[in-house]
Design a protein around this ligand. Sequence first.
Ligand code: ADP
Length: 607
Amino acid sequence: MANGNLRNMKFEDIAQKPNISKAMLKRISRYFIPYWKQTVLVLVILLLTSLLGLLPPILIQHIVDGALPSKDLRLLVTLVVASLGATVVAGLLGVLQTYLNSFISQNIVYDMKNQMYRHLQRMPLQFFSNVKQGEVITRMTSDISGIQGVFNSTVVNFANNSFILVSTFVTLLIMNWKLAILAIVIVPLFIVPTRKMGKIRWKLAKQTQEKMSDQNHIIQETLSLSGYMLMKLFTKEEKEFSSFRSINSESKRLQIRESMAGRWFMMLLTTFTSIGPMLIYLYGGYLYIQGDITVGGIISFVALLSRIYGPFGQMTNLYVDINRSIALFERIFEYFDMEPNIVDRPNAIPMNPAKPDIAFHEVGFAYQQDKQALRNITFTAKLGTMTALVGPSGAGKTTITNLIPRLYETDTGSIRIGGTDIRDMTLESLRSQIGLVTQDSYLFNGTIKDNLLYANSEATYEEMTEACKAAYIHDFIMEFPEGYDTVVGNRGIKLSGGEKQRISIARVLLKDPAIIIMDEATSSLDTVSEYYIQRAMDLLLRNKTSIVIAHRLSTIMAADNILVVQDGTIVEEGKHEQLLLNNGVYKDLHSKQFDRSRNDSERLLEA
Ligand code: ADP
């Protein structure tokens, strides 16, 4: 079935009743509007096929009552050919309808996927740090793809079955109204037990699934490495086995009941579908004896009857399918409803790259409501100077730097660049003037060249090699047989942290932004790497306003201003010598953290 995706949804997904509101339906139908012509065509085809489907049973009557008694071979052949023709034409229309169905569904999936991708691109960093791993992919792929079955299982299902029911019933009425009423009266006989059985099976299946999950839980808890140890050390084997056995037995019982329910269901179905025709033969036979109907009439009636029961059965499932479809749309809309909160203001102006001095004024920020990550941050990073952020891990240094390109938005206070609040600037101009070198610089799967040119696709080969020479990585790249065309990332060569950081520095040099934000690698690099990174940084930061999360003493000593961050706030500020004299947090940090690196840098100086 085309709506296999709907059927595969888990119980949890549809456990809570979705709200079928007018607004919701309106919102869903908006996706169908661009394809209204195709939808109308599908409806016309469904109407035609439902009418064509009436022909063969009606023609049977003429065969039995006309062609056979009068031994008219020509009429017989004509009627059979006509009946066959109707079936073939209906079949061909069915093919066209399937094409239109998938055209409409796939186009809706296509539109939604594009809309979702665009929407997610605009979501703030916060969203991606909060969302469960794999969740974005699930929404993008299986949830949206599930939509492709919706059109078929709802609109087509409903229209098709209504057309068939109405056209068949009208035909039955015209043929013989007494029999027609009998045929309808016995419908509940068939519908009620099937529905009831369906509900029982659904409930049993749900219970079985719950038991299975309990069982898995016990297995996981007691037969995993640490669980096993716990069970052994507290000698709980007997207790655990007894709970396992009881759940196991419960799930066995349920599964037997479930298969029996299935069998009862089949039995009821066959009984009731044969009760209908039998009653028609009985009452029809009586009418025949009375002279009210012909033999052909009875046969044709029974043949038409099968066109009533099938659609009735399917219509009763429609409600479930609609609920499942709405649940899918709800999950998708839930994402669409999350507004990206970091966007351009209506009158946003471009940033002026000529005045990139940065001023924080009483900035406060919290990732979660009750936990303040930054409090009262006030400092100025003057034009063309280097500001170093130092402090223990978790103090808030990265958070401070992430606020500048507005990866996160300040809660209180303001950040100004060149005197203008960054919230009044266009995001694009702001971010294009900021170069970020992170600790674990991200290189995507692709060639080194692709990674470098991501910063500036118009850079020439000379500019690219210049940047790499300045970042002390050119010679290293040229050692590979394929040079700049060497593939990096998990499908290519692996680079060390220091090499990646130097490529990342070259990338920022190519971008040539007014502001540089750098997070020095904490992991100890080998001395040679350190030396080259130091030289590359000197060039990168020259004449730029820069903010560096510093982990090395040499960087700190070169800084024009040092901010000591602790518990989300600035506790000391000044130059290295000054801060040492203060005898405060910095002095402490210095003696704990930098003794080793001082030794290293002294070694380097000697080298
Ligand atoms: P630092 O860079 O000084 O090591 P951070 O700025 O990374 O410190 O972190 C400051 C505080 O904010 C820490 O308590 C950290 O746990 C918290 N934090 C950092 N990132 C997030 C996040 N995405 N969501 C929630 N809390 C975060």
